[in-house]
Design a protein around this ligand. Sequence first.
Ligand SMILES: [Zn+2]
Ligand SMILES: [Zn+2]
Length: 325
Amino acid sequence: MSELLTTARIEEIGSLGAGSPDPAALVTELVSAVDEGRVADPAETGYALLVAADILEQAGDLADALALATRAVAEQPDDNTFVRAVRGGLLLRLGRVDEGLAELGDLRPLLETDPDAVQLVQELAESGHAETAVDWLTQALDTMVSRSRTHQHESEDAQDAAAAMIYGLAQRRHDLREEMGLPHDEYDNLADRLRDATSHAADALDDGPATLLFWPRPEFEALLARWPALAESYPATWDEHRAQIERALVDASGLGGGDLGIVAGSVEGLAAFAGADAIDEETLDEYADSLDDAGVTSWPPSRNDACWCGSGTKYKKCCLPRSRA
Ligand SMILES: [Zn+2]
Ligand SMILES: [Zn+2]
């Protein structure tokens, strides 16, 4: 038991999950690798612990899941909004309501600035606190909308960022209230208007939906082998490539982009498209546009759907948490 725990193996374990014949062995495999410093990419330590926590949670062992989520938070002292939200959700599901609300409450101011903070709303909604989730969203919107109306932002960039957050929160609140069977209120109408405006704006750009070109793992390697100069346009590893795409889509959705999606490229397809032309970033953009009709995978998938990257793992255990780590 001295081999390294690779990222691919963490994902594989995530997809086997609680449905495997021996989930406890999978948890042990993950945790012992963390304990013994055998995680191949140390930046994925928190992710390994989150996958282990999720398996335990599905198996009904909330207390041990919480212990691992707590370790994951400690492993990731910065930029850990997502992990802390998961931990807060576990506390709520364990009936430790005061502590859970305190953990999520600490993150609450981030609703105004950090797109990842929407996860805390998710955790509230999934643990029987949907009304609290709506309240928090309402108050965050109240603050942000009044700040916008009175032009209290320091810069145009800050104004744009606030508008993007307002868009995201209003949509989440709209959908949550719809699930609760509540009638439209003023913010729900605002959410509808913003959504319409966004899709009109996207139409007007005549670019159609915003789609990003993604290379499945074998294609990514073949691409760089065939056109080594493209190494300047892409990150060094396929893992970084997919994380970059996920982050770009998160950013685009925060900016109010509608109809986001991914098209998968193939080396053969690109070669046929480009013919004798040299392949540069412009060629890649044109090639991506040419694929639009062939089949765009819309983004984001549901949390429980297979991840868009083709790993075979559920989205919520694959690119969703990894790109936010
Ligand atoms: Zn509506
Ligand atoms: Zn993925």
